[in-house]
Ligand binder design. Structure first.
Ligand code: ZN
Ligand code: FE
Length: 241
């Protein structure tokens, strides 16, 4: 394992993620929406920042980008499709492109659904997925700009990643996602086990994330949906839950 990821809690319920390539010490921050706690976390980790990665254009993911860039003078990477509404990009990327963090390589996966230009980053040397507002623990992002078909196809790409992948998502929504999941899938033993662990972590004041993709595959109703109709139905019910 060469890349590690630690959550930095910011705003009300967001997570930025601090990535570190252990071979070289190279460091990246994902979605630095609140500059002060992020600059503090980077200083505490050694004061080195090599790259800023952005998953999508929403303010709760990008707002602190220019301040963090000005402090550490590092390049900002985001989606080509959204460059008109992201902070100024030093590197614009699309499906199949890669980013280099020290010795580690991150793969860009386009995951439209929550927003049209959403991207995720996958580091096989982790394995670590930065899933933004596409895949949450026990949930998925709301369809703000995309269709159910698009989101279902995006989640299908993520489902194909290795089951030991650590899912590093953009929000601490797991408990409320889990309550919905239990309402529509009450007999799911894996889901009950998953929620038991989540409740322990949250009661202890710990983040519930990252989770393992293999556990999400057995408990997350949006990954369990066998077809796009089932997915769309679950997504519509969650919006009203
Ligand atoms: Zn968002
Ligand atoms: Fe968000």
């Amino acid at each position: 394992m060469t890349v590690t990821a630690s959550p930095v809690p910011i705003l009300k319920d967001n997570y930025a993620w601090l990535l570190r390539d252990s071979a070289t010490g190279a460091t990246a921050i994902v979605d630095p929406a609140d500059p002060q706690p992020i600059i503090e976390a980077i200083e505490k980790a050694g004061g080195r920042l090599d790259m800023i990665l952005l998953t999508h254009h929403h303010g709760d993911h990008i707002a602190g980008t220019d301040e963090v860039r000005a402090r550490f003078h590092c390049p900002v990477v985001g989606a080509t499709a959204d460059r008109h509404r992201l902070p100024k990009l030093d590197k614009a990327v699309a499906e199949g492109d890669t980013v280099q963090l020290g010795n580690a390589v991150g793969q860009v996966i386009e995951t439209p659904g929550h927003t049209r230009g959403q991207i995720n980053f996958f580091f096989p040397d982790g394995p670590i997925l930065l899933s933004g507002d596409t895949l949450f623990s026990l949930g998925c992002g709301r369809l703000i700009e995309g269709t159910a078909d698009e989101m279902f196809a995006s989640l299908a790409k993520l489902k194909a990643l290795p089951p030991d992948t650590l899912v590093c998502c953009g929000h601490e929504y797991t408990e409320s996602n889990g309550r919905f999941a239990l309402a529509i899938d009450p007999e799911n033993k894996d889901l009950h086990t998953f929620m038991g662990k989540v409740e322990q972590l949250r009661a202890a004041g710990q983040p519930s994330v990252p989770s393992r993709l293999g556990d999400e595959l057995k408990a997350n109703p949006f990954l369990l949906a066998a077809d796009v109709g089932t997915f769309a139905d679950a997504r519509a019910k969650k919006d009203k839950f």
